[in-house]
Write a protein that binds this ligand. Sequence first.
Ligand SMILES: Nc1nc2c(ncn2[C@@H]2O[C@H](COP(=O)(O)OP(=O)(O)OP(=O)(O)O)[C@@H](O)[C@H]2O)c(=O)[nH]1
Ligand SMILES: [Mg+2]
Length: 502
Amino acid sequence: MKQVILGTAGHIDHGKTSLIRALTGIDTDRLKEEKLRGITIELGFAHMELPNGDQLGIVDVPGHERFVKHMVAGATGIDIVALVIAADEGVMPQTREHMEICELLHVRKGLVVLTKIDMVDDPDWVEMVKDDVAGFLRGTFLEGAPILPVSAVTGENMDALKAALVKLVADISPRSTDGPFRLPVDRVFSMRGFGTVVTGTSASGRIRLGDPVTIYPGDLKSRVRGIQVHNEEVQEVLPGQRTAINLQGMERALIQRGDVVATPGTMVPAHMIDVHLELLSSMPRPLKHRAKVRFHTGTAEHMATVILLDRQEMAPAEKSFAQVRLDTPTAVLRGDRFVVRSYSPVQTIGGGTILHPTPRKHKGQEKREAAESLVTLLKGNDEEIILWHIRDAHWTGLSEDELRIRANVPSKVLEKSLQRFVSQKTVTLYDKENRRLIHPEVLESLKTTIIEQLADHHARFPLKTGMAKEELSAQLPKPVDVKLYNYVLRQLTEAGLIAQEM
Ligand SMILES: Nc1nc2c(ncn2[C@@H]2O[C@H](COP(=O)(O)OP(=O)(O)OP(=O)(O)O)[C@@H](O)[C@H]2O)c(=O)[nH]1
Ligand SMILES: [Mg+2]
């Protein structure tokens, strides 16, 4: 039995919620305001068993232009999309925008549901809309996907839709359970007698009842007190499941949508993020260096400033490296996708891949170098990415734990690569106790700098015996890890290159 998450997408009033109700019997519009206005505002959730026994978790999103930010949060973590288009209206602005968002988030599979066919008398019209939609999908991940005309009111063709879903689900490969458990929170509420409950689509890893968890970016500690998947109590969460987690001893007010419940020690709050940014061709004007944007990743939305690294502006459809400076911290890992929307008027303008969750602040001349160097994080293989981070840490070195968070490569690959690197001396393990690493070239540069500084000192003050250890380290042009400094002094002394007096 497979478990797959389907998300809806499409323009306002095109029949997304009605379709889910017709499929599952569940009304995902729960809010009073939604009932009153007849539109979806918040994300809605449902689930169903397909005719072959596979389980479908469903996320219903709002089509209203003002709630696209909820749609982005909902589309995070879906396996397949049902793009809903009303047969009497055809492709409309949010049909386009939702498709763009799905593409930016790397949704790979889906189908189109042409709803409200009971409203169209002319069969030629339906064929025409179908052709039009097929044209619209050309060049997207839905090119050639099934287009199913249905009516949520008469139930016409609903069986054909279910059959198409079964076929689609069969094509989805199960998500890997490797890596830390991560659940981007889309709802938080408190339940009498239970305390705080968070819901979301589990993104990776697994977690069991009683396990400790940390809620990022706030670094709040808790424990899994209860788990529900599709309203049933379970012992364990696997990736790609609609999940509710009851958190032990956690105040509701401390958690919000956008936070991530994860295995402790696997993330850090990110204030600045290095990214590869891809702008949409539909964007009305270029994106300027230092533009204020809305940055969406996981279920979070943050105000941010885009620092372009090697140009003053980016034209529509251009791609480039950038540093995103967030107004408030977030929790991300390398490889996560994101969406960028303009500040005002609010409109989706692009997105891309997160490359480095905790980079240095890039400024001045160094910006251009940073852009060139980031190519490795975008295109490199796991080993190249690991080496990049060790080299990038420079004289502060890097612990294995820090490396694990920054590189986000499968844990087995990380362990094997490091074992090999250390034994082949591609990497130096200078602090066994804390498992801290340094790149040999970076190590050499530290040795050379120390010798140069000492030689310079002796030349300038020939009558003095030497320099105090602390004075020397304070004069180094970049920060050095204390343990690394002592390690290098010891090595230089043993090699007879310097002399130490107590
Ligand atoms: N005749 C007919 N009406 C439909 C059909 N599907 C939906 N409707 C009607 O269209 C209107 C909008 O339907 P919803 O399901 O709320 O549309 P939605 O896409 O969820 O709208 P938002 O979530 O606000 O974007 C409602 O009045 C529905 O009764 C259909 O297949 N046939
Ligand atoms: Mg709706």
